[in-house]
Design a protein around this ligand. Structure first.
Ligand code: C5P
Length: 402
């Protein structure tokens, strides 16, 4: 979860795009954020506070006083609590009030007391958006340091077409995450990640493969990218997508293809994380035509593939980090240490198929990171995205020591 521990005030104003605020709120909460929703009176005409309080797990604040017992909502405390105030959607009216300090509702008073950065996502008709007063007010907000998530062009609720569409909730969530990651720790670092299985062809329709889903490698690539690294993700056949702009994805099929791309990329990188489940053997010959069924048994001669991690281990230069994975079913520690040494790795990430929830296909993993100086760090069973954050944290620490 990329927003764990973050306190966010989500301001919602009276635009038809207010219905999208529910999706936005859900997206923020899913990423671990603690969200306090503040709605203007007009926003409540478009979406109910019940929806927003159910999704946030906190009563929505809208009035200066709670209706039932007269409790005073302290906008000052709220402004101090938040790490970010996000107003989405924001109308021309609220933009104008923020620019001029007309604090006639809870959202604007909170805005005036907020110590944290403020981000706004305008949503309005194109004529309102293009009106000189709106443009001037947004310029004023920029001078206050507020961040404006520019609306997109497209079909508007009014039926008109043009600029004024609020950014989609998913996009806004990514903007918020990018904002918190702006103290990125891996800027100017280039990292190679291998992921997924390899398929070794037997004939035009059959292959030898394995159950690797690629989820761990993709989670690592995304975590590295969100910390500012430039990532080359070399992946075997998987059903995963990634859209991060810092990730260059290279799709390969066989161990040999993965080896060739990895060897070509490694000299230009600061680190390589070998997460792929590479086949150790491939058919010695590949049939040009589909192999026909025969009455007797059939044997396929296998030959060893190259060990990509070990190959990069021989190429490794001063200042480069090489990280491998070890998926073991028995004698875990000893096997992992032997691999670390044999492949000239700096770290090896051990996961055992004996641990429930670890390994192929599942969304969780339980790892131990062993380093070449014989230190072992054990982690709890976690989501693969959190495991990726732990591992990337370790890499950040190691770079800091170099
Ligand atoms: O020896 P073993 O296959 O268990 O080692 C696992 C580690 O080595 C993983 O990091 C894996 O990505 C890497 N490896 C490789 N090329 C191979 C086999 C494994 O890069 N042919």
């Amino acid at each position: 979860m990329r927003l764990e521990g973050k306190h966010i005030i989500l301001g919602v104003t009276g635009s038809i795009a207010a219905y999208k605020a529910a999706y936005l709120l859900r997206g923020l909460v899913k990423e671990g954020a603690d969200v306090q929703v503040v709605m203007t009176p007009a926003a409540k005409e478009f979406i109910t506070p019940v929806t927003m309080s159910a999704l946030s797990g906190r009563p929505v604040i809208s009035e200066f006083f709670a209706a039932n017992d007269g409790t005073w909502h302290s906008h000052v405390d709220l402004g101090q609590w938040a790490d970010l105030m996000l107003v989405a959607p924001i109308t021309a009216a609220t933009i104008a009030k923020m620019a001029t300090g007309v604090c006639d509702n809870m959202l604007i008073t909170t805005y005036l007391s907020a110590k944290c950065p403020v981000m706004i996502a305008p949503a309005m008709d194109l004529d309102m958006f293009c009106h000189p007063s709106t443009l001037k007010n947004m310029d004023t907000l920029r001078t206050y340091g507020n961040i404006i998530l520019e609306p997109g062009e497209g079909e508007l609720a009014s039926g008109l077409h043009g600029k004024g569409r609020m950014q989609e909730p998913e996009q806004i969530v990514e903007e918020v995450i990018a904002f918190f990651n702006s103290k990125k720790k891996l800027l100017n670092k280039k990292v190679l990640v291998t992921a997924g299985p390899t398929y070794e062809k037997i004939d035009p329709v059959r292959f030898i493969g394995n159950y690797s889903s690629g989820k761990m490698g993709f989670a690592i690539a995304e975590e590295l990218a969100s910390q500012g690294a430039d990532v080359v993700l070399v992946t075997g056949p998987v059903r995963l997508m990634t859209n991060h702009p810092n990730i260059t994805r290279v799709d390969v099929e066989s161990a040999l293809e993965m080896l060739n791309v990895s060897k070509a990329e490694f000299p230009n990188t600061d680190a390589a994380i070998m997460c792929a489940a590479v086949a150790d053997y491939r058919p010695a010959t590949q049939a040009d035509q589909k192999i026909k069924r025969v009455e007797k048994d059939l044997s396929i001669q296998l030959e060893a593939t190259d060990d990509i991690a070990a190959c990069l281990g021989t190429m490794k230069k001063e200042g480069q980090l090489l990280v491998g994975f070890a998926l073991e079913t028995q004698n875990e520690m000893n096997n992992a240490v032997a691999k670390l040494q044999k492949k000239n790795l700096d770290f090896i990430v051990l996961n055992s198929l004996q641990d429930k929830g670890a390994g192929f296909g599942v969304d969780t993993n339980k790892i131990t990171i062993l380093s070449k100086d014989n230190k072992a760090q054990k982690f709890e069973l976690k989501q693969k995205t959190e495991v990726a954050a732990d591992l990337v944290g370790k890499i950040v620490e190691e770079f800091a020591k170099m």
